[in-house]
Design a protein around this ligand. Sequence first.
Ligand code: C5P
Length: 234
Amino acid sequence: MGKDVIIACDFGSGSETLAFLGKFGAERPFVKIGMELFYAEGPGIVRRIKERGHKIFLDLKLHDIPTTVKKAMSVLSRLDIDMVNLHAAGTRAMMEAALEGLARPGGERPLLIAVTQLTSTDEERMRSELLISLPLKETVIHYAKNAKAAGLDGVVCSPLEAGRVHEACGSDFYTVTPGIRFAGSATDDQARITTPEKAGELGADYIVVGRPITAAPDPAEAYRRCVDAFVGAR
Ligand code: C5P
């Protein structure tokens, strides 16, 4: 795998999601299913989307004691997902346990990606609430290195950080990057945004794109434009 556009299906119901995916004709984009949809519909929605032939990134951001995460990952792996994530803050022991849980009988497993620091966490909150006084950027790279050392496949980060993550963890360590907008379009609630072309140039491996595709008048056209811009950029 590598270098692909993942559509964030941030819908509240399965019916809305399936109606949206129906707009893509024979095309089967890689999709991200987050907590809202998963908790509303349960694992059945993952099976239904998978049956249609889509690759799935299950964005549930696990964070618990290692044994619990291992067992939960084992259940998620059986849903035949392609990518899943957890919080690097859960420590290396938790990340290693997650990998053990994901392993399938045939030896393969879904990609495991770490969340470093959520973009909603700023340096002031890190200092005053979490008692972490190092610069945010330093903690992001440190967490990425921990994830790499634990054997994970990559991290979620800004495309603007993709280069530094690759420098620290190697070019084969995936960067999965949200915050993507077409040039000249609405930023919504995203503060630091990058176009698909720029994300490609910066070395992002996967871009996660929600509203620029889900809210477009013609989602399939917007998706195609995004793929052409991103994949054509390197
Ligand atoms: O609609 P939009 O393109 O902003 O959606 C981006 C997706 O990426 C959403 O599912 C959002 O939750 C996710 N995300 C993000 N920023 C992060 C981590 C995840 O936008 N730092």
